[in-house]
Design a binder for this molecule. Sequence first.
Ligand code: ADP
Ligand code: ZN
Length: 715
Amino acid sequence: MPDSAHNDALSPAQDLLSKVFGYERFRFAQDEIICQLLEGGDALVLMPTGGGKSLCYQIPAMLREGLGVVVSPLIALMHDQVSAMQQLGVRAEFLNSSMSQEEAYRVEQAVRNGELDLLYVAPERLMMERTLSMLSQSRLALFAIDEAHCVSQWGHDFRPEYIQLSVLHERFPDVPRIALTATADNATRREIVERLALGNARQFITGFDRPNICYRISENQGNARDRLLRFIHNEHEGDAGIVYCLSRKKVDETAKWLAQKDLKALPYHAGLPAEERRQNQERFLREDSVIIVATIAFGMGIDKPDVRFVAHLNLPKSLEAYYQETGRAGRDGQPANAWMVYGLQDVIMLRQMQESSEANENHKRIERHKLDSMLGFCELTRCRRQALLEYFDDHSLTQPCGNCDTCLTPPETWDASIATQKALSCVHRTGQRFGVNYLVDILLGKDNERIRNAGHDKLTTFGIGKDLDQNAWRNLYRQLIAHGLLSVDLEGYGGLHLTEACRPVLRGEQPLMLRKLVARGGTAKRDRKASQFAGKADKALWQALRDKRQQLATQQSVPAYVIFHDATLMEMVSYRPETLEQLGRLSGIGERKLEAYGDEFLGVIREHLADENAPATDTIDESLQLFRLGMDAEQIANQRGLTTSTVMNHLAKVIELGELDVREVTGLDAEVITAIRFAFEHSEEPNKLKPVFEALNGEYDYAVLRCVKASLNQG
Ligand code: ADP
Ligand code: ZN
């Protein structure tokens, strides 16, 4: 299609993007996908989490005549998704089993009357004859099939109802369909096309990269919990995050421990009563700064965009799982951390679990390969992101990323060949039966009964490892297991065996370079918060804006991000808009939200501007001179290219210094001024303008109040 036609088709979409969503331009292939649907074609979209898939069907659903039907398996999310759309002024509803009959009836009525732009529906609900026949009597704009990888029988999220979705194609051949997913390798993609009859769909595949996530992995040296706490304190004060642990017990302990450290940490695992689980999840979604400590039972369908970190205290069992779990961080595109510690115990346990699995040999081989890849990833000395993407067959990143620990603080390597030979021969000479602790004791020449009784103090390897300490040896054994030079026994005692792969190293034919153990506590350390917020004032404003957002969200019982995303608040902090027009230019503020919340947020910003550093004296002087020449604040503002409120700030300062009278500046009667002073004197927070502003029913603007307040502080 020629470019101009393309632009013509897109200009209403562009319009919606800025007016409704408050975004300036489309990302990735969003515009092309929208165009495809507007022209009535089908699409298969593979985009990473946080890439912006939703807009790809929301905008065409609003532009095409009729109803856009969104199929999603995530019932728990529908309410929030619909709230978010309604906040934007879009006519959206959902239908699922969680609602009462009356509610469902009301929504169906709205569908029949053609009053909706978007309907979110669970697949089993959609497949009911009642729903299908309702839809066949309605005008339909499109079908969007979200989480399309759920049709794959081999995937981890298989949903049998999804298979039936091919019916849509038969019953509604003229309605365009778009299938979307964030997790699909080539095989799953082929399955989606086949099972959903999307042979004619145009495919839009953007890579897997999540550039805003910083990947960091380090060795557990027995202080994982303290390190986690320090990490949260240093880099994620007040942030929402997820901490993954392997067992329920560890979840409970960790959550409790973090809560004792004054963090809002809540547990989540399948062993908790359903009600408590629901509540914890709800608080995580709705409140700021909640840290959820969870087993991997938590996360499917967690659509919270402002999760700032995902921390793993245990190793995931594959890179697929790692990618998916860490992927829950930073959906909003803002910087986020994927942080993990792992240690010898993890490696031994996962190896054992996998070896003792009941699966058939073929399946086992796949699992082994997956675990090997995960362990190899941990021990990498090159860019983690490049390796992660390559694992998913995405070779688009040709340079190291600069945003992972190995890029930020390249690990030192050392030639571990000789130490490895010692470690391996110790395994060999003790009969391949013993675990790491025992082997290390022998290497270090420890004098203990068990060793003496076994006669192992007579071995040639006894005491040959005194050049390294215990930690270094444990670290070495972990890496040897991770690299597959040693395997772990099946009986569960952690006995180590040599593998074929170790022979060349043992014979000295192949040198082995390994990661050096980083000194205790050392990790790539970057205080993102510090760099994000220039100073105290920024931080205070950020907090005040978040408080305002929380207050509005609670009033409407929606999650905070439904009001504004972090990114939008962050823009408010950097640009400090003073008018609705300036505010409306920020990303993420469409017309509807500007109208609903603009004044409230401007109020917060204004109050902060007033509290911030007093303006420099020469600029105050200049305003004062012009005032003495007979100009009012507005005229001065025009002349100086400032805002009126800035000039009023200057004049307030002069009042405070006792060089101008408040009546002169405000033009108010003495009586009125007395009344305002009275309000300040009786306010519970006399240093704040807002309570007084409200007590006076908003009759006097902030600039006036500031001047009166200044007159109170005078001398
Ligand atoms: P996905 O479903 O792909 O995980 P979402 O559709 O939830 O991602 O979008 C992720 C975030 O990016 C949301 O906060 C969304 O509002 C935002 N977003 C989407 N498209 C754009 C855009 N063109 N410009 C700016 N932000 C966008
Ligand atoms: Zn990197």
